[in-house]
Design a protein around this ligand. Structure first.
Ligand code: SAH
Length: 369
């Protein structure tokens, strides 16, 4: 059935026939095309993959999220059935590190049903392998681990949800200020038939533009991701109905602004997002101001936002690092110190990455002041 030998060829054919694609559609096709999509075909994450995420840097990340989960379960008055969910679990590393911490709490393990939200069959297989020890019969996890396609499929139970670098992978629209207004960007074909960026004959809905948009110079860029806001709305509604708490961790900005953050990463380097579609990870920075506003519009507690650095330090990163390094060689201790710096240091992930916490009303939780 393979009519095309690459996604570039397939997209060129379809754009030639049907016209340019909005950036959001291009991104979606590159990430999720059933034949050639990035997440469908590649083992993306990790030192040998294309990019490295916090849980792949150090076990301390998942362990501290585990500490947060224990606190949240206790704040919920230890429900005797609850759902521990993760959206976009990658290689399952965060979940494995977190479950090791929860294993010290058999009462919590017995009450828990683990649900992973993952679209890609390749990623599901990697997660199943990584979590095999926790999922087999006789393990301490109350229900077996299961997979669902979408957040809407979460069971109606008190829920703790984690999502690390999930939102950045959801498509966004991009607009450029032009003479006639803010025009949506897209991908079309240039004179030589190659994929090229262009402006579509579509104007931004003025309601989505942030304050100050009218004062921006021509060429200024604005990005808007309704798919990410929809995730926050779905989770907020779920928490309002069932109680619980959620953490969304990602790179992005605390206040909406202007600028082109569309990026491609392959083999640990920034790439041209139009070169070799399906070969590189495509993302953009997350607008946390918009997400917090989406959460505030629903009937849950005030959303709280912290930098990843402040969040991890409040959960005990330094204490955990000290315990992990105690009685170890100087080399191992140096490695742990470097990991702490990478996760929480302001020049590394500490400030760029943010943690948005949503809770059902009146849950006092650690990690946010
Ligand atoms: N949380 C992991 C992986 C981040 S990569 C880590 O920190 O290492 C993004 C993950 O989200 C991948 O597992 C990818 O397959 C998944 N994903 C991307 N888009 C998705 C969608 N729309 N629905 C469900 N999962 C998705």
């Amino acid at each position: 059935m393979a009519r095309f030998s690459s996604l570039a060829e397939k997209l060129r054919f379809q754009i030639g026939r049907d016209g340019p694609l909005p950036l959001a559609t291009y991104m979606q096709r590159c990430l999720a095309d059933p034949e050639f999509g990035y997440y469908t075909t590649r083992q993306a994450i990790g030192r040998r993959g294309d990019f490295i995420t916090a849980p792949e840097i150090s076990q301390m990340f998942g362990e501290l999220i585990g500490v947060w989960c224990v606190g949240a379960w206790e704040a919920l008055d230890r429900p005797d059935r609850f759902c521990l969910a993760e959206a976009g679990p990658g290689h399952g590393t965060l979940m494995a590190d977190l479950l090791r911490v929860l294993a010290a709490r058999p009462d919590m393990m017995r009450a828990m049903e683990v649900v992973l939200i993952e679209l890609s069959p390749a990623m599901r297989a990697a997660q199943a392998e990584r979590l095999e020890a926790f999922a087999t019969a006789g393990s301490t996890v109350g229900g077996a681990i299961r997979w669902v396609d979408a957040l809407a499929d979460l069971p109606d139970l008190p829920t703790l949800l984690i999502a690390n670098e999930f939102l950045d992978a959801l498509p966004f629209r991009q607009y450029v200020k032009a003479a006639g207004g803010w025009r949506e960007t897209g991908i079309g074909l240039n004179e030589t038939g190659k994929l090229a960026r262009l402006l579509l004959p579509v104007l931004a809905d003025p309601a989505i533009l942030p304050q100050g948009a009218d004062r921006e110079a021509e060429g200024s860029v604005f990005e808007h991701a309704s798919a990410r806001e929809a995730v926050i709305e779905t989770v907020a509604a779920h928490l309002a109905k069932n109680t619980g708490a959620a953490l969304f961790i990602d790179y992005g900005h605390a206040a909406s602004g202007f600028g082109d953050t569309f990026q491609a990463v392959g083999d640990h380097r920034y790439r041209d997002p139009l070169a070799e579609p399906g070969r590189h990870d495509l993302t953009s920075h997350v607008d946390f101001e918009r997400l917090a506003a989406a959460a505030r519009a629903s009937s849950i507690a005030m959303p709280r936002l912290a930098t990843q650095g402040a969040f991890l330090l409040a959960l005990g990163l330094l204490e955990r690092a000290g315990a992990l390094g105690s009685a170890k060689s100087a080399d191992v201790q140096d490695g742990i110190r470097a990991d702490v710096e990478r996760l929480a240091g302001p020049a590394a992930m500490g400030d760029l990455f943010k943690v948005l916490q949503l809770t059902s009303p009146d849950l006092p939780l650690a990690g946010h002041s």
